[in-house]
Design a protein. Structure first.
Length: 302
């Protein structure tokens, strides 16, 4: 007689996420999976492939391209899409600027991160997507913790944290009116440690930037930022070569790098277990105000 297998917490998280992804495919007509090239969106793509294997993904990937990306991320994205045979749609922030939809920030602290919101909403509208899945997790930031798995957005793409639908057991309400859509977070219950342990368990390939390497950086308000042609130094700031890695990846202008010697998944897991700094503690965009993330989410940011 075969004994019942005891599920690990990673197994349970995987099954929950796959169930949510399949619910999205069942309830919505035009879903899409947001792909940034970061570890959470990579995990999401991996889970989606498992959810529908051996068939191909039944929905496209959507990348909102700020034009200020790490080259390692773009190389990984293109190689992954080719390997999976997936459909990739790219929404361009540069096109939004050129078309007068947004105005680019100026000055040393300028970033295109905030401009992504308009590009995202325009792209969702252009392709009539009614559900956009992303890798947001509740442990990332306090505003993320207010989300449900199925997060309703009104006809303007805005989020009201006080007007969310109850989610009882595994029942998700995807009903919407014309013009509205949902943001869906299948890995909402995962932690950063869960993500890294799952990557190790599944042997998932990542962009090289997640591992230790030498890079020209400068320090601004305690955050190490990468050198790039569009980054302007303030008085007293200087470029220097440091041994760093990315813990979270976004627009270069606001992605803080971590001083690190971790060159393997085991090293990264040990490093995270010992740290007392949150994953987004080095994200310059989150430091603009106490409610920076929540304000952006209300406007339509993912």
């Amino acid at each position: 007689m075969t004994k019942n297998r005891i599920l690990s917490h990673l197994d349970e998280l995987e099954y929950e996420s796959i169930y949510v992804i399949r619910e999205v495919a069942a309830q919505f007509e035009r879903p899409v999976l947001l792909f940034s090239g970061g570890k959470d969106s990579i995990i999401m793509t991996h889970l989606a492939m498992k959810a529908f294997w051996p068939a191909k993904l039944p929905f496209p990937l959507l990348h909102i391209d700020t034009g200020h990306n790490f080259i390692e991320t773009m190389v990984y994205r293109d190689n992954m899409v080719k390997k999976l045979g997936a459909t990739l749609i790219v929404g361009s922030v540069q096109e939004s600027i050129d078309n007068g939809r947004v105005v680019e920030e100026r000055g040393p602290t300028a970033s295109r991160n905030l401009l992504q919101t308009t590009t995202l909403l325009d792209t969702l509208e252009k392709y009539k997507f009614d559900a956009a899945m992303g890798g947001g997790r509740r442990d990332e930031e306090k505003a993320r913790a207010k989300e449900r798995f199925f997060s309703h957005r009104d006809e303007f793409g805005q989020w009201d944290p006080k007007n969310q639908r109850p989610e009882l057991w595994n029942i998700f309400n995807g009903r919407k009116n014309q013009g509205e859509h949902f943001r869906v977070f299948p890995i909402s219950n995962w932690t950063e440690m869960d993500v890294w342990q799952y990557i190790l368990k599944e042997n998932i390939e990542l962009p090289e930037i997640y591992f230790t390497h030498q890079r020209e950086v400068f320090n601004r308000d305690g955050v190490w930022l990468a050198k790039a042609p569009f980054m302007t130094l303030k008085d007293g700031e200087n470029f220097e070569v440091k041994t760093v890695r990315c813990r979270t990846i976004g627009d270069i202008s606001c992605t803080g790098l971590t001083l690190s010697e971790a060159n393997s998944l085991e090293d990264i897991i040990a490093e995270i277990a010992a740290t007392r700094v949150t994953e987004r503690g080095g994200r310059a965009d989150d430091m603009r105000s106490e409610a920076a993330m929540e304000d952006r989410k209300k406007e339509g940011y993912f």
